[in-house]
Design a protein around this ligand. Structure first.
Ligand SMILES: [Zn+2]
Length: 336
């Protein structure tokens, strides 16, 4: 049995046909967790779909109307890179409901995993890169609207930059500037660059491959542009510095960890060189930072396009295992 709940529904499957985005990965992760007795049936909670009112906390009324009436233009559908259907809209609303549930549950119990979501390329007025609705931005705004939190942080470790997240939560548009002082950690970073951008009530961190989609990268609060082929140790050094920097500047009441599986060395849409073990260390690093600072954390899955779908499933399953390990350790220390 897991020490936290997982938001999941069999309806998370996205009916998008043959696609590099394996929409069956959600079911396969659940099966792996059950098969290996890492989780029990009772750990999984089926969320209710987000409402239209929830979506409007982030998305424009015109865009929501286009989705619900099926009136996207051909160009808008092309940009989304997944076929439009009312069923696909329903599925994204369910994933968004899963992230809202995960945020609420994290605030109640310290941690929760949505076994879906992480659609960080969705913008207020359009979808992009397999993302129709920005599930975790809606979840954060919903928590703020309900008065549960004022400030949140997103830590996005998908290999692609979180462009939708940056735009949704960005302050006044201005170009990102290089972080002026790398401090005592500077010598750890041999390659890559860290850029500082605006923040207001949500601090957004994105660690991603620079030479990859999206080619226009709107400023996150902290962007880490990683070089092609970046390996475990380089990546983990950059991640540690990014988390330390973020948490030294901002005190979130909720962290949303976007645990993309696509920094993996055998990913079809990524060009970084992380191993399975390195990715799990990454999970530990993010989740431990949240635990040490006593900040509730919700997890969303985001991308993962490994040549072998089993690897994508392993990476996401390992995130759940890491969450359980960190959470068990944190609660046992509290009890003592
Ligand atoms: Zn991605």
């Amino acid at each position: 049995m897991l020490p936290f709940k997982i938001a999941y529904s069999e309806k998370y499957f996205l009916p998008i046909g043959e696609h590099v985005f394996r929409a069956d990965k959600f079911r396969l992760i659940r099966e792996r967790l059950l098969e290996h007795r890492l989780a029990e049936e009772s750990d999984f909670i089926a969320p209710t779909p987000a409402t239209e009112a929830d979506l409007l906390l982030v998305h424009s009324p015109l865009y929501v109307a286009k989705l619900t009436t099926g009136t996207l233009s051909a160009r808008e559908e092309l940009e989304m890179e997944i076929p439009y259907s009312p069923q696909v809209v329903d599925t994204f609303m369910l994933h968004t409901g899963g992230s809202i549930f995960a945020a609420e549950q994290a605030l109640r119990e310290g941690i929760c995993v949505n076994l879906g979501g992480g659609f960080h390329h969705a913008f207020p007025d359009h979808g992009e890169g397999f993302c129709m609705l920005h599930d975790f931005a809606v979840a954060i705004r919903a928590m703020q609207k309900r008065g549960f939190i004022a400030r949140a942080m997103t830590i996005d470790c998908d290999v692609h930059q979180g462009n939708g997240t940056a735009v949704i939560f960005g302050g006044a548009p201005r170009p990102a500037s290089h972080l002026p002082a790398w401090g005592p950690n500077a010598h750890f970073v041999r390659r890559g660059e860290m850029l500082e951008g605006p923040f207001r009530d949500v601090f957004t961190i994105s660690l991603h491959q620079e030479n990859n989609y999206p080619f226009v990268k709107p400023a996150s609060s902290l962007d880490v542009n990683l070089p092609d082929g970046c390996d475990d140790s380089e990546y983990l050094n950059c991640l540690r510095i990014a988390i330390d920097t973020g948490l030294s500047r901002f005190e979130p009441e909720l962290i949303c960890y976007v645990a993309g599986a696509d920094p993996f060395c055998e990913d079809q849409l990524g060009g970084l060189n992380l191993t399975l073990a390195g990715l799990m260390q990454r999970d530990h690093m993010v989740l431990r930072a949240a635990a040490i600072h006593n900040i509730p954390v919700m997890v969303a899955l985001a991308g993962g396009y490994a040549l072998q779908v089993e690897d994508t499933v392993t990476i996401h399953t390992n995130t759940v295992i890491a969450a359980a390990e960190v959470y068990r350790r944190a609660t046992s220390q509290t009890v003592r």
